[in-house]
Design a protein around this ligand. Structure first.
Ligand SMILES: Cc1cc2nc3c(=O)[nH]c(=O)nc-3n(C[C@H](O)[C@H](O)[C@H](O)COP(=O)(O)OP(=O)(O)OC[C@H]3O[C@@H](n4cnc5c(N)ncnc54)[C@H](O)[C@@H]3O)c2cc1C
Ligand SMILES: Cc1ncc(C[n+]2csc(CCOP(=O)(O)OP(=O)(O)O)c2C)c(N)n1
Ligand SMILES: [Mg+2]
Length: 575
C-alpha cells in the first residue's frame, strides 16, 4: 500500500470516482490540494472568478449529465461565497460534492485567519457534511460523500478538510466494492401492494392526471414516464423542475402547472379524480393554497424516494416510497399486462379529454407581437425555432425564466437548467459553463435579464479562458421585471427600487472580455441575430445578445400567492 499525503488522497479519491472536471478557486487552506492537482492528469480544474460560480457550474454539470458535480473552495470567505450555490443545489436535490479547506485542526475555534464554522454554516443547506479530523478517515469520507450525494434523494455534500490533514500522511488503499453505511439505506423499489392499489385506482379513474416533477429527471426516468402516460392515456403536466421529462410535443402534455402554469394544466390538476404525483413535492408555487385544492375530492397517489416529501403539503391517500424509475417500470409492466387494446385510450376518459381540449382552446399563452417593440415571448419562440428545440437552455430568475419555461418546448430531459426552489439570480452564466463542460458538443443558450446577468458577470472571463461559448439571450426590459410585475399587481404600481438604471453597455462589456456583443432593438432583427449567433460567423464564440424588449410585459397566466390553482389571471383578467 502507498503512503500518501491527505492532499494526494483527495486527488486519488476524485480519480477513483471517475471525476473528469472540477470547478474551483484557490486559497491558503487548500494550497496543498492545489499542489497535488498540479501534478495529476486525471481531471481538469476550471478556475472560476467567484466561488459562487464554481458551485453553480458544478451543479449544472450534474443537472445536465447525471454525474456528480465537484467544486473546491478555500476556507472562510471561499466557503461563505459557496453557500448560495449549496443552498441552490440543495433546494433542487442536485448531487454534488464540495470540498472546502479549513484552518489547521489545532486552530479551530481560535478565530484563526480565514476560519469559519463551515459545518455549522452549511448544515441547513446540504444533504450531509463532514469535518475530517484524521487523515486516516479521509478516503472513506470522500467515498461516502459521493455515495450520499448520488443515492436516495440526491443533494450536495460538503467535505471540510483542515489544512494539516492535507499534509499528514497515511496508507492509501483503493476502494473495496460499494460503500455500505448501516445508518443510510434509501429505499429503491416501491411497495408491491401499494403499486397494485395505485394501478387499480388509475384504471378506474374517469379523470386521471399525471403530475410529474424533478424526481423524473433526477432518476433518468423520462422514457418510463412517457410509456406510463401512453399506457394510461392520461394528461400529464411537468413542473418547472421537470420540463423535458415528458416531451413537450407529446399529445397528452398540457404544459407546466402552478403560478405561471397553463390554464389547461391547472384546470386538469384541480379537477382530476385520481392524481398521481411522480417525484414532485406540491411546492407552494404549484399548489399555493392546499385548502382550495382540497375542495375537490380526489385520490392522491404520491411516488417519492424521500418519505418526508409525502403528505408534506398535500395529503397522499396512497404513498409509494421508492425510486421513480423503478416504480414506473413496475407500474408499466402491470399496465401492459392489463391493457386490452394498446392503441385506444380507455373509454372512461373520453369525456375528460373533451373537457381538456376545451380548456386548451383558451390559448392561454397567446400574445401579440407588433412591429415596433420586441416581446420577450417572441425572442424565446424564435430561439426555439432557430435551435430546433435542441439547445441546453439555462436561465436566471425572473420574468425571462418564466418566458423561457413557457415558450421553449423541451423535448428531452436535462436540457433545461434553472434554479427552481431557491430562485437564485446569477445562476444562468455559470450554469451554461457547467453544462458545456459536461456536454462539449451541445448548443447553449443562457436566457437572462439585465438584472440577473450582473450577479455573476465576472464569469465572462472564465468563459474566455476555457472557450465556453454560450449565446447569452438577455431579455433587457430595464426593470427587475418580476419584482415590478408584483408591484404593479399588489402595490398599486409603486415601483420601489425595481428599475435598472446605469446599466453597462453590454456590447462593449462583452467585447472587453474578448467576446462578441450585439444589441437588437428591431423586431425584424431578432431571428437573423439568433441565426448569426448560433450558425453564422460567431458560432464558435460567446455572443452576448442584448434584446431591448418591451418594458412592461407581464407573465401570464398567473396564480397569485395564496390563491387557488384555478383562480388564475390571464392578461390581467380573472378567469
Ligand atoms: C420565479 C419563479 C416562479 C416559479 N413558478 C413555478 C410555476 O409556475 N410552476 C412550477 O412548477 N414551479 C415554479 N417554480 C419552481 C418552484 O419554486 C419549485 O422549485 C418547483 O415547483 C418544484 O418542483 P418539483 O415539485 O418537481 O420538485 P423538486 O424540487 O424537483 O423535487 C423533486 C422531488 O422528487 C423527489 N425525488 C428526487 N429524486 C427522486 C428519485 N430518484 N425517485 C423518487 N423521487 C425523487 C424529491 O424527494 C422531491 O420531493 C418557480 C420558481 C421561481 C424561481
Ligand atoms: C439573488 C436574488 N436576489 C433577489 C431575488 C428576487 N428577484 C426575483 S426576480 C428578480 C428580478 C430579476 O430581474 P431581471 O434579471 O432583470 O429579470 P426580469 O424579471 O426583468 O426578466 C428579483 C430581484 C432573487 N430571486 N435572487
Ligand atoms: Mg429585467
Amino acid at each position: 500500500m502507498e503512503q500518501l499525503t491527505g492532499a494526494e488522497i483527495v486527488v486519488r479519491c476524485l480519480a477513483e470516482q471517475g471525476v473528469k472536471h472540477i470547478f474551483g478557486y484557490p486559497g491558503g487552506a487548500v494550497l496543498y490540494i492545489y499542489d497535488a492537482i498540479f501534478s495529476q492528469e486525471d481531471f481538469q480544474h476550471i478556475l472560476v472568478r467567484h466561488e459562487q460560480a464554481a458551485i453553480h457550474a458544478a451543479d449544472a454539470y450534474s443537472r445536465s449529465s447525471h454525474k456528480v458535480g465537484v467544486a473546491l473552495v478555500t476556507s472562510g470567505p471561499g466557503l461563505t461565497n459557496a453557500v448560495t450555490g449549496l443552498a441552490t443545489a440543495y433546494m433542487d436535490s442536485i448531487p454534488m460534492v464540495v470540498i472546502s479547506g479549513q484552518v489547521g485542526t489545532k486552530m479551530i475555534g481560535e478565530d484563526a485567519f480565514q476560519e469559519c464554522d463551515a459545518v455549522g454554516i452549511t448544515r441547513p443547506c446540504v444533504k450531509h457534511n463532514f469535518l475530517v479530523r484524521d487523515v486516516k478517515d479521509l478516503a472513506d469520507t470522500m467515498r461516502k460523500a459521493f455515495h450520499i450525494a448520488s443515492t436516495g434523494r440526491p443533494g450536495p455534500v460538503l467535505v471540510d478538510i483542515p489544512k494539516d490533514i492535507t499534509v499528514d500522511t497515511c496508507r492509501y488503499a483503493p476502494p473495496k466494492g460499494e460503500v455500505r453505511m448501516r445508518s443510510y439505506n434509501p429505499v429503491v423499489k416501491g411497495h408491491q401492494g401499494q403499486i397494485k392499489k395505485a394501478i387499480t385506482a388509475l384504471r378506474a379513474a374517469s379523470r386521471p392526471m399525471v403530475y410529474a416533477g424533478g424526481g423524473v429527471i433526477l432518476s433518468n426516468a423520462a422514457e418510463e414516464l412517457r410509456e406510463f402516460v401512453d399506457l394510461l392515456g392520461a394528461p400529464c403536466t411537468t413542473t418547472l423542475m421537470a420540463l423535458g421529462g415528458l416531451n413537450a410535443s407529446h399529445p397528452n402534455y398540457v404544459g407546466m402547472p402552478g403560478m405561471h402554469g397553463t390554464y389547461e394544466a391547472n384546470m386538469s390538476m384541480q379537477n382530476s379524480d385520481v392524481l398521481i404525483c411522480v417525484g414532485a413535492r406540491f411546492d407552494d408555487r404549484v399548489v399555493a393554497n392546499p385548502k382550495h385544492f382540497g375542495q375537490v375530492p380526489r385520490k392522491v397517489i404520491h411516488i417519492d424516494v424521500d418519505p418526508s416529501s409525502i403528505s408534506k403539503r398535500v395529503r397522499a391517500d396512497l404513498p409509494i416510497v421508492g425510486n421513480v424509475k423503478d416504480v414506473l417500470q413496475e407500474m408499466n409492466a402491470q399496465l401492459r399486462a392489463l391493457r386490452d387494446n394498446p392503441d385506444k385510450p380507455a373509454k372512461n376518459i373520453e369525456a375528460w379529454w373533451q373537457q381538456i381540449n376545451e380548456w386548451r382552446e383558451r390559448k392561454c399563452l397567446a400574445y401579440t407581437q407588433s412591429d415596433d417593440v420586441i416581446k420577450p415571448q417572441f425572442v424565446v419562440e424564435k430561439l426555439w425555432e432557430v435551435t430546433g428545440g435542441e439547445a441546453f437552455v439555462t436561465s436566471d430568475v425572473g420574468q425571462h425564466q418564466m418566458f423561457a419555461a413557457q415558450y421553449y418546448g423541451f423535448e428531452k430531459p436535462r436540457r433545461w437548467l434553472n434554479s427552481g426552489g431557491l430562485g437564485t439570480m446569477g445562476v444562468g452564466l455559470p450554469y451554461a459553463m457547467g453544462a458545456q463542460m459536461a456536454n462539449p458538443d451541445g448548443m447553449f443558450a443562457c436566457i437572462t435579464g439585465e438584472g440577473s446577468i450582473q450577479m455573476n458577470i465576472q464569469e465572462l472571463a472564465t468563459c474566455k479562458q476555457y472557450g465556453f461559448t454560450p449565446k447569452i439571450i438577455c431579455l433587457n426590459n430595464r426593470y427587475l421585471g418580476m419584482v415590478r410585475q408584483w408591484q404593479e399587481l399588489d402595490y398599486e404600481s409603486r415601483y420601489s427600487e425595481s428599475y435598472m438604471d446605469s446599466l453597462p453597455d453590454f456590447v462593449k462589456l462583452a467585447e472587453s472580455y474578448g467576446h462578441v456583443g450585439i444589441q437588437v432593438t428591431k423586431v425584424a432583427d431578432v431571428e437573423p441575430a439568433l441565426r448569426e449567433a448560433f450558425f453564422g460567423a460567431h458560432k464558435d464564440r460567446l455572443v452576448f445578445l442584448d434584446f431591448m424588449t418591451d418594458r412592461e410585459t407581464n407573465v401570464w397566466p398567473m396564480v397569485k400567492a395564496g390563491k387557488g390553482l384555478t383562480e388564475m389571471l390571464i392578461d390581467g383578467i380573472d378567469v
